[in-house]
Design a protein around this ligand. Sequence first.
Ligand code: ATP
Ligand code: ATP
Ligand code: CA
Length: 218
Amino acid sequence: MKKLFGVIGLGRFGGSICKELSKEGKEVLALDADEDKVNEYKEIATHAVIADSTDELALKELGFRNIDHVIVAIGDNVHASILTTLILKEFGVKRITVKAQNDYHEKVLQKIGADEIVHPERDMGKRIAHSIISSNVLDYLELSDEYSVVEIKAGEKMQNKTLMELDIRAKFGCNVVAIKHGKDINVSPMANEQIHFDDILIIIGADKDISRFEKELV
Ligand code: ATP
Ligand code: ATP
Ligand code: CA
C-alpha cells in the first residue's frame, strides 16, 4: 500500500511541502479553508479540498483517519492548529507533524502528542545568522540545544594540513565527519587526510567547541 500524506494549510510552508512531496511522486491530500489556495494546488496534489480542519466531521468524511502522515501547516491561527492536531490524534493518525508558532504553542502540541514539531522561520533564521556571522559557514543544523552539525569552508590556516596535524578532535572536541573536495566527498576521513583550500568540512560537535574551532581555524 502506498503511503498517504495529508497537508493542512497551504501557505508558503505547507504549500512548499505539498509541492515537494508531489514532485517526489507521493500521494498527497491537500486541504485549506481558502478556495483560492486550494485551486492553486488542484493540479499539484493528488487531491485538493476546501474545508475547515477544525471541523471533525469534515475531516472524517475526507478520510483523514486513513492518512499515514499529516502535516499541519496552519500559521497564525494557533487555536485552529491545536484543535486540528487534537482531532487527528483522536483519529489515530500514525504520524503528525505540526508547524509551531511559538514556545507556548509547542508545549501544547507536545502535550497532545504531536509527533514532530517544527519551527521553520526560527530555524532558518538561525542558519542564516550563522552564515552572516562567518561567510565560511555554509550551513548549520541544530541537533539539540547544545550540539550542531556545521558545513564550513576550509580557510588558509587549514591549507595542506592533515587532520592529525590540526589535531581537531583533541584540541576542539569536534569531529570532522566528511570532507568535500569539489565533487568528491569523503565520508570517513582518516587522520592523514589532507585539507586543501576551498575544501568543505562537515563538522559535528558542541556549539561552544564549534565556535572555538571557527575562531581559531576558519
Ligand atoms: P506561511 O508562513 O507558511 O506562508 P501563512 O503565514 O500564510 O503561512 P496562515 O495564513 O496563518 O499562514 O496559514 C496557512 C494556511 O492555513 C492559509 O492558507 C489558511 O487559509 C490555512 N488555514 C488556516 N486555518 C485553517 C483551518 N482552520 N482550516 C483549513 N485551513 C486553514
Ligand atoms: P583519538 O585518541 O583522538 O581518538 P587517535 O589516537 O585514534 O585519536 P588518530 O585517529 O590517528 O589518533 O588521529 C590523531 C588526531 O587527529 C586525533 O586526536 C584528532 O585530533 C585528529 N583527527 C583525526 N581524525 C579526525 C576527525 N575525523 N575529526 C577531527 N579530528 C580528527
Ligand atoms: Ca507566516
